[in-house]
Design a protein around this ligand. Structure first.
Ligand code: HEM
Length: 525
């Protein structure tokens, strides 16, 4: 395996990596010091504030009792950099065959947090998003649905109703489209997601042919034991340059995520984006400090995490047309292009480059987005002058504007799917494209599901703010919705958004066990 110390040294062009690569650029240790805690008033003055508060771990001085990095699947923490990803959804056909192949062939290939930390500390791991044929490493993770766990004999309650119910039965609560008949909700998802799914292998690579070879070897190994039946294989990659780190609407994704001391950063690997929330390990890992169900988890769940997978289709031409048609109505003094950019920025809470609207309300400013120390270092004011309360980023994580925001954190590791727009898609989407939304947490109920439900709740966030009903999430909300705060001069005006820009096409909830639990459940009894 060749050793790559940076993208530039790898002889590649220098595109910007996708941002879930938190260590692609190792920053100086002084930037690891959080800025002084501040108040909303400070925000009004300069916008640069970071309270770094977490009700459960105020300044987080703790080391978790025993971080056991060799026992944790790397995709949970610190995350696997990748350019290509293959999601192989499966059903367990023959339980003992599955156990044998897992034990002999797959468990040794599962990426651990320790391996990845080692690569990151030696600056070997190439950046996210950019293919690299000199990098042979292939990452591998595995997760099981609640039905899959039961097949393997793990039937203990994990204290998460959503997980045990499964995502299909949760779909109505998540706001997914469907039809109701005789008290039964039939969700409108892609057919494959309506089948029973027991588990998923996530394979990651920078070299597509190495990744594909890994997937076909995996299939071959399981075919000997009749261990699994493939339900579906989704192969994807980040968008081509220069859009590598953008999702399909054109906004930089993967910036803000909780950081966990001793797991995602330490003295040698500082936080890439200061200002990110700092959380206890139990926010992701069961049985660890900060896991609210720590005392009730079964022993086998320790160091495991829930993975939420969602296929989210994006209606890109429709979104851009909406911005063009409505930008000038809201901001008549601006040129049409500028008005449309401003509308998009106020809907997301960030400009396309990632610059937070709070830090630069009038224009995109790449001196902010290119500065890792600034791009996530802000809090929200108590009014909508710079950022609507319902903007996607503020709905998802209201920071200082909602006490207890840090009780609902999860780590995202999403990747786009589908081709770029083709010339015929000027007003209507013709090809399937969007985001494979992926996130990790110790509680789906408090993490992903809670956040998803806020998107369609027009009253959130409202506590102590100057709007009783700030509106729906303009990006994620379902059709027939509204939001306030788009016009900074008439902040309480409701603006109607009659189109849905993102539609769920399927998904499942999985549990990603520790390596020791994988070893136990794949041993024949
Ligand atoms: C196609 C669907 C989606 C798109 C295009 C999208 C796009 C974005 C973008 C551009 C950002 C700002 C950059 C960043 O901080 O990473 C962001 C932030 C975020 N999104 Fe989404 N997102 C989508 C779905 C979701 C879903 C389903 C959830 C959770 C239920 C979610 C939760 C978040 C969170 C927690 C943040 C970070 C907010 C912060 O800490 O400031 N997003 N998203």
């Amino acid at each position: 395996m060749s050793k790559i110390t940076s993208r530039e040294e790898g002889g590649l062009p220098t595109p910007r990596p996708a941002d879930s690569d938190m260590y692609a650029k190792v920053i100086s240790s002084e930037s690891n010091n959080p800025p002084p805690a501040g108040t909303t008033d400070n925000v009004k003055l300069n916008g640069h504030i970071n309270g770094q508060c977490n009700r459960r771990c105020p300044v987080l001085e703790e080391e978790d009792e025993n971080p056991n990095l060799g026992n944790i699947q790397a995709e949970i923490v610190p995350g696997l950099n990748k350019a290509f990803e293959y999601f192989l959804f499966f059903r367990i056909e023959n339980v003992n065959g599955f156990r044998d192949t897992m034990k002999a062939k797959m468990i040794p290939k599962i990426s651990t947090a320790m391996q990845v930390f080692d690569m990151l500390k030696h600056k070997q791991f190439p950046a996210n998003g950019v293919p690299n044929n000199d990098w042979d490493y292939v990452g591998c993770s595995v997760g099981f649905s609640s039905i899959g766990l039961a097949k393997l004999g793990l039937t203990d309650y994990l204290y998460d109703e959503a997980f045990h119910r499964g995502q299909r039965r949760d779909a109505k609560d998540l706001g997914d489209k469907g039809t109701e008949s005789k008290g039964t909700f039939r969700v409108d998802w892609d057919a494959k997601f309506l089948e029973e799914i027991h588990g998923v292998f996530q394979i990651t690579a920078h070299n597509d042919s190495k990744g594909k070879a890994f997937v076909s070897q995996l299939k071959k190994d399981f075919s000997y034991s009749n261990g699994i039946k493939q339900v579906m294989l989704i192969s994807t990659k980040f968008r081509p340059m220069p859009h590598t780190r953008m999702e399909h609407f054109g906004f930089r994704d993967g910036i803000s995520k909780p950081e966990i001391k001793g797991y995602t950063f330490d003295d040698e690997l500082p936080i890439r984006f200061p200002g990110s929330p700092i959380a206890d390990p139990g926010c992701l890992l069961m049985g660890r400090k900060g896991d609210l169900e720590k005392s009730r988890r079964p022993a086998w769940a320790v160091d495991g995490s829930f993975l939420v997978f969602r296929k989210l289709k994006q209606y890109v031409p429709e979104f851009h047309n909406f911005l063009r048609q409505n930008g000038t109505k809201l901001y008549p003094d601006l040129k049409p292009d500028d008005a449309s950019h401003k509308l998009g920025a106020r809907m997301f809470g960030r400009w396309k480059s990632g610059t937070p609207v709070v830090l630069s309300p009038e224009r995109d400013d790449e001196s902010i987005s290119n500065d890792d120390k600034q791009v996530n270092n802000f809090q929200y004011p108590a009014d909508q002058s710079t950022c609507p309360f319902a903007a996607h980023t503020q709905k998802s994580y209201p920071r200082n504007n909602l006490p207890g925001s840090n009780d609902h954190l999860f780590r995202r590791a999403s990747i786009p799917y589908g081709a770029e727009l083709d010339a015929s898609e000027t007003s209507t989407t013709k090809n399937d494209r969007g985001l494979l939304f992926v996130c990790y947490q110790s509680s789906i109920e408090r993490g992903f599901k809670y956040t998803q439900q806020r998107f369609t709740n027009p009253n959130f966030p409202s506590a102590n703010l100057q709007a009783d009903s700030p509106g729906h999430d303009p990006v994620m909300g379902t059709a027939e919705r509204y939001m306030t705060g788009l016009d900074p001069h008439k902040q309480s005006d409701e603006f109607s958004i009659p189109l849905q820009f993102v539609e769920a096409r399927g998904g499942e909830y999985f549990f990603m066990p520790s390596i020791s639990t994988l070893n136990k459940i794949t041993t024949r009894s």
